[in-house]
Ligand binder design. Sequence first.
Ligand SMILES: Cc1cc2nc3c(=O)[nH]c(=O)nc-3n(C[C@H](O)[C@H](O)[C@H](O)COP(=O)(O)OP(=O)(O)OC[C@H]3O[C@@H](n4cnc5c(N)ncnc54)[C@H](O)[C@@H]3O)c2cc1C
Length: 536
Amino acid sequence: MSSSQPTFNDRAALWAQLQQAPSQWDMVIVGGGIIGAGILREAARRGLKVLLLEQRDFAWGTSSRSSKMVHGGLRYILQGDIGLTRESLQERERLLQEAPGLIDRMGYYFTVRKGRFPGRVAFSLLLAFYDFMAGIRDHHFLPRADVLRHFPGIDDTGLKGACYYTDTVTDDARLVLRILQEAIAAGGLAANYVRVESLLRSRGLVDGVVAVNTQTGERVQLKARSVVNATGTWADRLRHEVNPETRVRPLRGSHLVLARERLPVHDCLTIFHPRDKRPVFAFPWEGATVVGTTDLDHRQDPDTEATISNGELDYLLEAVNDQFPRHAIGRDDIISTWSGVRPVIGSDKSKDPSKERRNHAVWVDEGLVTVTGGKLTTFRKIALDAMAAATATLGEMRITEPDQAVFGSTSISAADIGLADESRARRLAGRYGAAVMRLFEGVAATERANIGGTGFCLAECRWAARNESVLHLDDLLLRRTRLGSLLPGGGAEIFGALETICAEELHWDQARWQAELARYRDIWERHYYLPTPATG
Ligand SMILES: Cc1cc2nc3c(=O)[nH]c(=O)nc-3n(C[C@H](O)[C@H](O)[C@H](O)COP(=O)(O)OP(=O)(O)OC[C@H]3O[C@@H](n4cnc5c(N)ncnc54)[C@H](O)[C@@H]3O)c2cc1C
């Protein structure tokens, strides 16, 4: 992508285009999470005339609320899912090469304690196999003294040491945005806040969608040779128009965000929960410490953002305090929370949620391709499976090689963008790709400085407001950046600066700013902070 090209298409201009002459699309993708974005990328590189529609904001669904790990998933080996683990590890290694700064290696530790299973030998064998499948050799054993130094305040009862290995960590919402950016550069189009209401059909085949602009209420009919339903947890809803079966079992997982000073972990620690021995991670993320996840059936309306329950919150605090009793972490230490809902292909609702397999599925009903389940990590493979299913209606596609890079290469040095810190430059290049060269253009030095202990700066907020299809303040604080989850009070300290940026870049007057702030505070308090007693 040339550095002068726009990173996202102009949403308003695109909607106007959709309303004008009826046009025939090769493919319409419903859903702007990681899977929809991955399919847009693959379809655009094949020269298809392709459009992605997202009912809320890009990555608003599960893809901004995961555990942020591009990983093989050790526990899938234990469940006998060797194939999924091997494929995930291969994708992990590939993505690490392609998008450094967005996907980065992180150290993981399992403590080994006297009389507790699994012990050092069992762990080491498992990790050797894990590394072998990935083609690396990172695992080793760390003596007790090193573990105590590495995780200050950890309970030392019976502690013998820890088994170390590596996986990776990312910013899931920015991963989706970067893939969309690559897809748009290749000719794809994407619109947020456009919901697909229903399917169009003729002669027993799905051949388009009815879409509504949720900001104006206007509707359009769009004809397409192929319609792909990549709506994750919502997949059954659209599919029910052509097939009555229900296959998705929505499982909720929640996380806590704590100030790093309160729980200073520099790598990921796996805690086996004292209650049920489930693994819970405590890991460093964007300058804070994250603890998660839970895993339980989600029975609420999928259109309402998921919220952590009091039971989940207590469960996660219990795990942390079991490992770090001296820190005495309580509710007052929580900066924010988030909850996501996994679109798991459910086998049996009585089965333990954590034992459900994490594979994806592709179904074709009357020409509608539905793809759901799976993991963030394997998005590229899932997208290729969906493309293969779509060939029935698309015919032969122009580019067939499946193994092309998802991301354009961006090699810059800190000096190229006026920074002194190479690791920060690498981080920004990972997030913005070729557009990183323009990120700081004309931006005051004060906006380049990192905010608090996070890796984000106001220049990124300005960039997103100007270039990344931001419609609401929550888009900016919860997905383009993660400042709403990382700063106390949902980012209250930067509201003043953001008001100025939104006035300059989005032309929001005072009344609009106040309305956006009220909307954002309501979302944050209900779904990204502490649960009320009524939440259960
Ligand atoms: C707690 C938790 C932790 C996880 N951790 C990891 C992890 O560490 N690593 C990993 O690899 N995977 C992880 N996963 C799994 C991973 O996050 C999901 O598999 C993935 O994000 C699903 O992506 P998706 O695109 O299918 O769904 P989504 O991201 O939910 O995207 C679907 C989109 O479709 C939109 N939509 C729905 N209906 C319509 C409509 N009618 N019109 C237009 N748009 C519509 C929705 O708004 C939504 O944005 C985790 C999941 C959870 C819940």
